[in-house]
Design a protein around this ligand. Structure first.
Ligand code: ATP
Length: 416
C-alpha cells in the first residue's frame, strides 16, 4: 500500500493563520460529531501547486448546515444556511468559508442540472470536472492534511494534464469543455490525449447549455489573466464557434486585450465589447440574446457597435473639444474606452481619450439658478444659454466663474 501523502506543512505555510485556525476548529467539531470533513477542489489543487487560493470549500460527510452553525457559534462568526441544498457559508473576521454536504450526482439528460443525494467524499469527488480538481484534504484532527486522491489528480498536476474523470463527462455537462481550456491555459498545462478526443467528439453538446451557463463560463474566461489565450485555444478546438458562430479570437483581439490591460484591469463589459466590436449590429444582438448578456454589459456592446460607425467624424483635423463632446456625450464610458482601444487611427484614439480623461468631467460653475438671478426665466432659451456656456468652457473660451458670468451677461444683452 502506498503511503498517503500529508500536506499539513504546506497548509500551514500557505494559508493565512486565521483560516488555518478555522479549519482546525471545524475539523475538531466534525470529529465530535463523527463525521468526515475535507478541504476540496481548487484550494487543494492550488496548495499542491504552491499558488495562493483563499477560496476555501469544505465538504462534510454529514450535516453541513448543522456543523456550520456549531462552527459559527464557536468562533463568534455568522452563518448563512441553504437547508434545501445542504450548504452553508460561515463568515469570520478574515473572510468566509463554504461548507457543503458530501453528495453524489446523476444526470437525467445532457445539459440538465444533476439530481443529487447525500454521499461519501469519494462520491463527491467523482462528480467533479477534472482529476486536478477532484482531490481532497482530510481535516479530521487525527489525519489533518492527508491527501485524498482517488483519481490520481496529483500525478496529473505533476505531468501538467487536464483529464476528465470518465468518458461521459462532457456529455453530462458541456460547460466543462470551456473549463478544461481555461485551466489548461491558466496553468500552461495541456489536455490529456483522450480528454481532447472526447472534447472534440462532444463539441455538439455545447448546444444543450443554457445561455446563462454559457455566459457564466465566458465571464470566468474573461476574468483570467490572459483571456485571449483561452479564447484562441477554444477557437483552435472548434469550441468558440459553438459558443457563437460569429465569435473570433485572432491577432487583432489579442493586441486589443493586451492594450486594454495596459492601464488598469479591464471590466467585463469592456472585454465583451471588444469581443464583438468588429461585428454588425445584428450579430451583436444575436450574441446578447444567446448568452443572455445583462443590461449594462449589453448596452456597452451596443454603444460600442454604434460608435464604431461614427468614428470617421472624429478624424477631421482641428476638431474643437465641444464638437468631440457633442459626438460622445450620453454614450457609456466603457463603450468609448472600447472604441479607443479598438481604433486604428491615433488621432481618433487621442480624441476618445481626451473625452474620457477630461472633457466628460468639464462642468460650468454657474447653473440655471444663476441665469434666473440674472433675469432669464426658465424655458428653452435658458437651456440653450447653458449649453453655449458649457461649450465655451469646453473650448477654453471661459475659464473662471467671473468669465462665465461675463459670458452670460454678454449673451443676455446680445439677445435682448
Ligand atoms: P478557480 O480557481 O477557477 O476558482 P475552482 O476549482 O475553485 O477554480 P470553482 O468554479 O470555484 O473552481 O469550482 C469549485 C470546484 O467545483 C472545482 O474545483 C470543481 O471540483 C467543481 N466544479 C465546478 N464546476 C464544475 C462542473 N461544471 N462540473 C464538475 N465539477 C465542477
Amino acid at each position: 500500500m502506498t503511503m498517503q501523502k500529508n500536506l499539513s506543512l504546506q497548509l500551514e505555510r500557505q494559508l493565512p493563520r486565521g483560516s488555518l485556525q478555522l479549519i482546525r476548529t471545524a475539523g475538531a467539531l466534525a470529529a465530535e460529531r463523527r463525521c468526515g470533513l475535507y478541504l476540496v477542489g481548487g484550494a487543494v489543487r492550488d496548495i499542491l501547486l504552491g499558488r495562493d487560493n483563499f477560496d476555501l470549500d469544505l465538504v462534510v460527510e454529514g450535516d453541513a448546515p448543522e456543523l456550520s452553525r456549531a462552527l459559527a457559534q464557536g468562533i463568534s462568526g455568522r452563518v448563512l444556511v441553504h437547508q434545501r441544498f445542504g450548504t452553508a457559508k460561515v463568515k469570520h473576521d478574515h473572510g468566509s468559508i463554504d461548507l457543503t454536504t458530501a453528495r453524489s450526482e446523476t444526470y437525467s439528460r445532457p445539459g440538465a442540472l444533476p439530481t443529487v443525494s447525500p454521499g461519501s467524499i469519494t462520491d463527491d469527488l467523482r462528480r467533479r470536472d477534472f482529476t486536478i480538481n477532484a482531490m481532497a484534504m482530510d481535516l479530521s484532527p487525527g489525519r489533518f492534511g492527508a491527501l485524498v486522491d482517488p483519481f490520481s489528480g496529483e500525478a496529473d498536476l505533476r505531468r501538467g494534464l487536464i483529464s476528465v474523470l470518465h468518458d461521459r463527462s462532457f456529455v453530462d455537462d458541456a460547460t466543462r469543455m470551456l473549463r478544461a481550456v481555461r485551466y489548461e491555459q491558466r496553468f500552461s498545462f495541456r489536455l490529456e490525449e483522450s480528454t481532447e478526443a472526447l472534447l472534440r467528439r462532444d463539441l455538439p453538446m455545447l448546444a444543450t447549455i443554457s445561455g446563462d451557463r454559457l455566459r457564466h463560463e465566458l465571464e470566468l474566461i474573461l476574468k483570467e489573466d490572459r483571456p485571449e489565450d483561452v479564447l484562441e485555444r477554444a477557437q483552435a478546438l472548434g469550441l468558440l464557434e459553438r459558443v457563437h458562430p460569429s465569435l473570433k479570437a485572432d491577432g487583432w483581439l489579442r493586441d486589443r486585450y493586451r492594450l486594454a490591460r495596459s492601464a488598469s484591469p479591464p471590466s467585463l463589459p469592456l472585454y465583451l465589447a471588444l469581443l464583438t466590436y468588429r461585428l454588425g449590429a445584428d450579430e451583436t444582438e444575436d450574441i446578447i440574446a444567446r448568452l443572455r448578456i445583462p443590461g449594462r454589459a449589453a448596452a456597452v456592446m451596443r454603444d460600442a457597435c454604434r460608435l464604431k460607425a461614427d468614428l470617421p467624424s472624429l478624424e477631421s483635423p482641428g476638431l474643437l473639444p465641444s464638437v468631440i463632446h457633442r459626438l460622445l456625450r450620453g454614450r457609456s464610458p466603457a463603450s468609448v474606452l472600447a472604441a479607443a482601444v479598438a481604433a486604428d487611427s491615433a488621432a481618433v484614439r487621442e480624441r476618445l481619450e481626451l473625452y474620457l480623461n477630461r472633457l466628460r468631467y468639464v462642468k460650468t460653475s454657474l447653473n440655471g439658478e444663476a441665469l434666473q438671478q440674472m433675469g432669464l426665466s426658465p424655458g428653452p432659451q435658458l437651456g440653450e444659454m447653458l449649453g453655449a456656456l458649457h461649450e465655451a468652457k469646453l473650448d477654453g473660451r471661459v475659464k473662471t466663474r467671473e468669465d462665465e458670468a461675463a459670458f452670460l451677461r454678454a449673451r443676455l444683452t446680445g439677445n435682448q
